[in-house]
Design a binder for this molecule. Structure first.
Ligand code: SF4
Length: 492
């Protein structure tokens, strides 16, 4: 079993974990299917990559894909020999490494290498990614005088058609990657040695499984670790978690009493051992006393594309497209539901502002679960609308966070499994209310559904069905808040 060639992405995979590199080459069957979330990240990468090419206009694309590597290598050489000075997806192979470079540009007799990322800052993990490309280009006989990273400028605000020169920023990392370049020979030796063996390398599970990227093989390597285990304990050193695992201690109920824990971890262990909830009535009452009727339970669904859709938006800014609101005028009164869902053919922000200002009266408490998110979204709307800025800012100041008593562990059930998210709290407190089986069952599903509506490719029937699913999901979120608050009232 001798592996002949690795790609740039395999090189960076090996840096994260050599076992992951081995499994990728010999046990691809263990990889899960690409999730909608991962697909959305890939799609963003492609959109940003396409825009980056407009920064360096007039280049030639090496169009052959990963199934036609020989053709891509030959086409790259042919275009370079023909004197083409800007290439997209230029492909090189040397020393058993294959790289495809986002953009290369000839400057004098040498080349500039430009790696494009859809992030908004240079990260440590970008350095070996660029270093290996420079290494292979040079090994293939090209002189690389500069290596740049192109990232998104998060201070950019859309105003009219997007100018790539304002949207992107370039960092010259030629010197910064020197250490990463120096480490390449040694890293490759390790990788090829591992790949020449029949047995997978032995690597301890731990932080490398999620950083810098979530590993594709966690389902395999973590199969013996329960979904809720000592690994969920916050502020506990990884080393200690491993020691517990080696002693056969995985469940929280088995954690030794003398282990030093943070206060949250202590509570998690206490409820797991005693199978009893923590209920702090006085704290719940204090929270309830901050609320003033009418109560407005508010929830937004948003999208945050890298490339802003409308003027006034920044890259990755959360833009609401849907809002659900349950209103209770007085204690014991029936709740009324209000909703808005954009039709995806126009900028929905003005409609959403009007919806909020018309339906939330001057008195009472607007509530959101994890209200910092809703507040951030409304602040974004305030920046957009000079006319309504003051009213929206006042509204932000009135919001109260329904998650606060759960975050503070005034109510803490074993079933929460350490989480205070509404998805953990709701089924534990209100078992007959769940998101199971809903076609749109979480925020990511909602984003994907709205992107599908935005694409304009759906039939009227598909559009109708998707809109119904979105409305059902967002309504469930605010109805859940009503029920959770009712439960708090009962407890108090
Ligand atoms: S899950 Fe962790 S140990 Fe397993 S291959 Fe991935 S990074 Fe390595």
């Amino acid at each position: 079993m001798i592996k002949k060639r690795i790609s740039k992405s395999q090189y960076t995979r090996g840096l994260q974990c050599v076992k992951s590199l081995w499994l990728y080459n010999y046990r691809k069957d263990l990889m899960p299917e690409v999730s909608p979330g991962q697909q959305a990240i890939f799609d963003t990468g492609h959109e940003v990559g396409d825009l980056a090419r407009k920064y360096y206009k007039g280049g030639r694309l090496i169009a052959q894909d990963h199934n036609e590597i020989a053709g891509a290598l030959a086409e790259t050489q042919r275009l370079i020999a023909d004197g083409v000075e800007i290439l997209y997806e230029a492909t090189f192979q040397a020393k058993d490494i294959l790289v495809r470079c986002d953009i290369i540009k000839k400057v004098g007799k040498a080349w500039h290498l430009i790696e494009v990322k859809s992030s908004t800052a240079v990260k440590e993990e970008h350095l070996p990614d660029i270093a290996i490309q420079k290494y292979v280009m040079e090994a293939a006989g090209l002189k690389v005088s500069k290596a740049f990273l192109m990232t998104i400028d998060n201070t950019f605000v859309k105003k009219g058609p997007i100018d790539p020169h304002k949207f992107f920023k370039l960092d010259d990392l030629t010197e910064v990657i020197e250490d990463a370049e120096a480490a390449i020979t040694c890293n490759l030796k390790t990788f090829f040695a591992a790949l020449s063996k029949n047995a997978e390398p032995k690597v301890e599970i731990g932080g490398c499984c999620s950083s810098p990227y979530s590993c594709d093989f966690t389902g395999y390597c973590w199969k013996d670790i329960p979904a809720y285990s000592v690994y969920n304990l916050p502020y506990l050193k990884e080393e200690i978690k491993h020691q517990l695992r080696k002693r056969g201690i995985l469940k929280l109920k088995d954690v030794p009493a003398d282990l030093a824990l943070s206060s949250k971890a202590e509570d998690m262990v206490w409820v797991a051992k005693n199978r009893k909830p923590i209920i702090k009535k006085e704290e719940i009452k204090d929270f309830l006393n901050t609320l003033e009727y009418p109560l407005y339970h508010v929830d937004f669904e948003t999208i945050n594309p890298a490339i802003p859709l409308y003027d006034g938006l920044r890259p990755y800014q959360q833009m609401p497209f849907q809002v659900s609101m349950h209103v209770q005028a007085a204690p014991g009164r029936a709740v009324k539901h209000f909703e808005y869902l954009a039709d995806a053919t126009k900028d929905p922000r003005t409609d959403i502002i009007n919806f909020l200002l018309e339906n939330i009266g001057p008195k009472g408490t607007p509530l959101a679960y994890n209200a910092s998110f809703e507040k951030m979204v409304i602040k974004g709307l305030a920046d957009f609308s000079a006319k309504n800025r003051k009213d929206l800012e006042k509204l932000v100041a009135r919001f109260i966070d329904l998650a606060a008593p759960f975050r503070a562990r005034a109510v803490f059930l074993p079933e929460f499994e350490g989480s205070y998210s509404i998805k953990a709290v709701l089924p534990a407190l209100i078992p007959d209310m769940s998101y199971d089986g809903m076609p749109v069952a979480n925020g990511e599903d909602a984003q994907n559904a709205y992107k599908a509506l935005l694409s304009g490719t759906l039939t009227p029937a598909e559009t109708e069905a998707l809109r119904k699913d979105l409305i059902a999901y967002c309504r469930q979120d605010t109805l859940a808040m009503v029920k959770v608050l009712g439960h708090l009232n009962n407890l108090a």
